[in-house]
Design a binder for this molecule. Structure first.
Ligand SMILES: Nc1nc2c(c(=O)[nH]1)N[C@H]1C(S)=C(S)[C@@H](COP(=O)(O)OP(=O)(O)OC[C@H]3O[C@@H](n4cnc5c(N)ncnc54)[C@H](O)[C@@H]3O)O[C@H]1N2
Ligand code: MOO
Length: 410
């Protein structure tokens, strides 16, 4: 039942695409971070009218010119109807009909009687309608992530609101009676390191999760698991769970999926670490399907499941393309993991286009993850030597969050 890693990412993305639902309209002030559900069109020509790029004079005919008025940004310009006349013009103002040149104030002089003389620059100092875009032109396609520049572009075009893909509400259920939620580990107990970090990864992948939607530890009984999943499905479109993906004495995830009438989209992936990850479709209380992503309990494995299943699912759901690993040169050998894909934590040097594997990369460890920028991808049945080009899957971090630094090794 195990599926190859690249096929798993594709299948998770397809699962997102096939569950995409009706778009919503949000005001521009709330659009940052969303995804366009319809193309951004030029609602008018841009500029919408001939626009002066300078402070100076709009002139008609041969000089010297007699000033007959003034046009400021925001005003409409009267036509300049007589030769040898001009109007004073401000940057951003509409160029009057009839004007045949603009002269910068610093390129002009005025005589005692107030007549203006001067030379226009060889390249006209005004912008013509349609220079940036023509009315109806598609400026950005469906699936474009809305960032500050996109918000600005939409405002320039005249949009007050944009149609975006609906928010995906996520919930997190942390399983494991051995987990402490405060204080230092010891006496057989470990700190829950997934409850605090998974919501933050989910947000960076485009899901919405409120603090009360992260619940745990959920008691290690089947009933408690079923109840917690059922409760989470009331409000969440995507339920992530951590732990319990194997078939140990207190691993209740698979029986809970069965009890809730779920069906697997993906049940284990041929990747190391992280292979017991899963994606299942469950009927929600309103009859609409919910997605459940089962992240393995080992903390690094859980993050690998996030980038393998959850990030592609959310990309598909939002109509975004599947993030494709770029190729970099590994500075050190990376072992293959036989028939499984090996995801090896590495620190990127973007200037050199290299990545260096980091140390402390056991699946139970987070130290390597906290010092890496992403994963080198070693294909099944291959070994990588220093100098080989390998795909590199970046962690879903925001720009500038983790400046790539020279890799530290151990
Ligand atoms: N007989 C086998 N046992 C295991 C195998 C195997 O192939 N055969 N694979 C191992 C691998 S690989 C993984 S990954 C884990 C996955 O197990 P589960 O998803 O069922 O996770 P748990 O058993 O609940 O926990 C595993 C491990 O992770 C720690 N953990 C769990 N949750 C958290 C958390 N929120 N924060 C910090 N640490 C957490 C937990 O204490 C365990 O040490 O199965 C292996 N076993
Ligand atoms: O695959 Mo486990 O997910 O190596 O730790």
């Amino acid at each position: 039942m195990s599926i190859e890693w690249t096929a798993a990412r594709e299948a998770a993305w397809q699962a997102g695409r096939s569950t995409a639902c009706a778009a919503e309209v949000v005001p521009l002030a709330e659009a940052d971070g969303r995804t366009l559900a319809e193309p951004l069109l030029a609602l008018t020509d841009l500029p919408a009218f001939p626009t002066s790029s300078i402070d100076g004079w709009a002139v008609r005919g041969a000089g010297p010119w007699r000033p007959v008025g003034r046009v400021l940004a925001g005003g409409t310009a009267e036509p300049l109807s007589a030769d040898n006349t001009c109007v004073e013009i401000a940057t951003g103002a509409m160029v009057p009909d009839g004007a045949d040149a603009l002269i910068r104030v610093e390129d002009s002089t005025r005589d005692a009687s107030g007549l203006v003389s001067g030379q226009p620059r060889p390249v006209p100092d005004w912008r013509m309608p349609g220079e940036e875009a023509t009315k109806g032109e598609e400026l950005l396609p469906v699936g474009t992530p809305v960032d500050p520049a996109v918000v600005g572009m939409a405002a320039t075009c005249g949009y007050d609101a944009v149609r975006v893909t609906p928010a995906v509400r996520a919930a997190l259920l942390v399983f494991g009676d051995e987990l402490l939620t405060s204080g230092a580990p010891g006496d057989g107990r470990v700190r829950d390191s997934l409850g605090p970090q998974v919501p933050a990864w989910l947000r960076r992948c485009g899901a919405r999760i409120t603090p009360d939607a992260a619940v745990g530890p959920v008691e290690d009984t089947l009933d408690a698991h079923v109840d917690a999943i059922r409760q989470a499905m009331r409000t969440a479109d995507l339920v992530c769970t951590t732990g319990g993906t194997m078939r140990g004495p207190v691993d209740h995830l698979h029986p809970a999926i069965a009890a809730l009438g779920g069906e697997y989209v993906i049940d284990t992936v041929a990747v190391r670490p992280g292979f017991p990850m899963l994606l299942a479709r469950l009927p929600g209380p309103d009859g609409r399907a919910r997605l459940l992503a089962g992240l393995p309990g080992n903390p690094q494995s859980a993050v690998i499941a996030l980038v393998t299943l959850v990030q592609p699912f959310l990309a598909g759901r939002h109509g975004r393309s599947l993030p494709r690993p770029a190729r970099v040169t590994t500075t050190a050998a990376v072992h293959g993991r036989r028939g499984d894909t090996h995801l090896a934590l590495a620190a990127l040097d973007p200037d050199r286009g290299t990545a260096t594997p980091v140390g402390h990369v056991g699946s139970a460890m987070l130290r390597g993850l906290a010092n890496a920028d992403g994963f080198l991808v070693v294909a099944p049945h291959t070994e990588a030597a220093a100098g080989d080009a390998l795909p590199f899957l970046p962690l879903p971090l925001l720009a500038g969050e983790r400046p790539a630094r020279p890799a530290g090794g151990e």
